[in-house]
Ligand binder design. Structure first.
Ligand code: HEM
Length: 513
């Protein structure tokens, strides 16, 4: 009986077409995506959602139905219509599914609740104030270089180092970049690094709500937990809750909860120790503060700690890995960047240079921005929901429809950029006559790795600071090349929300002096 209802309801809803979605072609064999979210979930399961969406748009056009109640747009104007400040559009149930009864800043769908949460952190993430966190980043970059010097020469950073170098001298740099971003966010958020780099291992304490503590591998529980949460979140709330209930004892669900428990452990420790300098954690009230704000409940302290640990480790690591990949396969760009850096940064500030100097190096920024364009960390079409009839790229969309636009399509749109799929940092440089002013204006307007509008990334300034310091140091300290076998052997990607690198096998040759 239940199965019959589960099959009949989507069919009836499809036939009724109350929101006028029939007019749009649907993805998948026989347009199956119009009937079930399983088409989207299948591709999410295998981490290849972006490929399926790209193929569907290529075959079916600029507006495609990718789930019964979800339209994907690729017209360049659609992105700002959906995500821009003016839109009467909110985050989709996809996020409220994931947030459940303990939403954090990123998955709060209620506007007032989101604004309240965002206000706590606005000051510390401003361009002026992120400098306070810079010494912590520089210290972690120094440790990363120490570790990589050991790996580059075939060694082990400690007995606990679990990432061996291969016989041919190549190694996977991805976990090292990820252990760096964990250590850095630990230090910036709770004034305590995880110490992963020193140990060459991401084992750390996770504390359950009942106080029980266990050891978990941070990278593994994070990736497994996010993957399964995103997979389930495509379902309508009732089905989502049912699936989560049925899988509550699985390692997938346990991993998501272990990740929050890492944040809980750090938060509990931080509550008993006051740092010498303010950190990100200092920004929210943990007791009634001078402004009269009441303390946040513990669930919210854990939720906000968790989102910072999530956002702070994942996209930044992916960005660094993608940059090293592209520099490795473009040795001429790598060497040009190194020359520019070593001639403009005084020897006393090399290789870990302050952001004030690096932010004056347009070519470094061009490399980072061009990598954001070609391999944007979140190319996933971030789901939003119409509140009232909304005009998206000339289409009037009914209320309560899920809409999204993938950055991966926008960033390589041939009507906006020349040689759109080629990685050419020079296109970003002012006065470069090889590229038009119109193209440069398009780069500024349409390349949005941090998205736009009220839900744009709060960590943008921090990310540029961290990535600039780390990437410049990596390029000044080492010469990078891919391991044997080319890109297919040395690099892979798996899309959760972020399109994470699965590995990046390289050889790193330390540069003396
Ligand atoms: C290269 C690095 C980064 C990229 C490309 C990036 C990208 C993004 C994107 C695309 C979103 C929107 C997500 C959505 O709508 O679901 C977002 C949101 C967010 N990011 Fe980042 N991010 C980066 C680094 C960071 C860092 C370092 C932090 C903090 C330590 C951070 C904290 C957040 C938070 C809290 C949100 C939710 C904002 C809100 O809803 O108001 N991000 N980020």
């Amino acid at each position: 009986m239940c199965a019959a209802i589960a099959l009949l309801l989507p069919l009836l809803s499809y036939l009724r077409d109350a929101k006028g979605l029939h007019q749009y072609p649907a993805a998948g064999p026989f347009g199956i995506a119009a009937l079930t979210p399983l088409w989207l979930m299948y591709h999410n399961w295998y981490g290849i959602r972006w490929k399926a969406i790209e193929k569907a748009h290529k075959q079916l056009g600029a507006v495609v139905r990718i789930s019964p109640n979800h339209l994907s747009f690729t017209d360049p104007g659609a992105y700002k219509d959906i995500y821009g400040h003016k839109a009467d559009i909110v985050k989709d149930v996809f996020y409220s599914n994931m947030g459940g009864s303990t939403p954090n800043m990123a998955d709060a769908t209620d506007r007032a609740d989101h604004a309240r949460k965002r206000k706590y952190f606005a000051a510390i993430f401003s361009a002026k104030n992120v400098g306070m966190l810079e010494p912590r980043v520089m210290q972690c970059v120094g440790k990363l270089l120490d570790c990589l010097k050991v790996k580059a020469t075939g060694g082990q950073v400690a007995e606990t180092d679990r990432f061996p170098v291969r016989e041919d001298g190549s190694f996977d740099v991805r976990p090292w970049l990820n252990m760096f971003t964990y250590d850095a966010i630990g230090s910036m958020m709770w004034s305590e690094s995880f110490g992963f780099l020193e140990r060459g291992d991401d084992l750390c304490a996770a504390e359950a709500a009942n106080g029980e503590t266990k050891q978990v591998h941070a990278m593994e529980v994070f990736q497994k937990g996010v993957w399964f949460s995103v997979f389930c979140a495509h379902l309508p709330p009732l089905a989502y809750n049912l699936l989560r209930y049925v899988t509550s004892k699985s390692t997938w669900t346990e991993s998501a909860s272990d990740f929050s428990s890492i944040a809980r452990h750090k938060a509990n420790k931080r509550l008993t120790t006051l740092p010498e300098q303010p950190d990100i954690f200092s920004q929210f009230p943990t007791e009634t503060d001078a402004k009269g704000r009441p303390p946040l409940p513990m669930w919210e302290i854990v939720a906000e700690s968790s989102v910072m640990l999530n956002a702070g480790n994942d996209t930044t690591q992916t960005t660094l890995t993608n940059n090293i990949l592209l520099l490795s396969i473009h040795p001429e760009v790598q060497s040009k960047l190194r020359t520019i850096l070593t001639t403009s940064i005084p020897a006393s500030s090399r290789p870990v240079a302050p952001y004030a100097a690096l932010s004056q190096t347009p070519y470094l920024r061009a490399v980072i921005d061009e990598t954001f364009r070609i391999l944007t960390p979140q190319r996933f079409g971030l789901p939003r929901r119409t509140v009232s009839p909304s005009l998206i790229a000339g289409h009037t969309i009914a209320p309560s429809v899920t809409i999204s636009s993938p950055l991966s399509e926008l960033h390589v749109d041939a009507s906006l950029f020349t040689k759109p799929k080629e990685w050419i940092p020079e296109r970003w440089l002012a006065d470069n006559t090889d590229f038009s002013e119109t193209e440069r204006a398009n780069l500024k307007e349409f390349v949005m790795p941090f998205t736009t509008g009220s839900r744009a990334c709060i960590g943008r300034n921090l990310a540029y600071m961290e990535v600039s310091i780390a990437l410049a140091a990596l390029v000044m300290a080492f010469e990078w090349e891919l391991g044997d076998g080319g890109i297919d052997e040395c690099f892979g990607q798996f899309e959760r929300i972020t399109s994470n690198a699965t590995k990046l096998i390289v050889r790193a040759r330390p540069i003396e002096g």
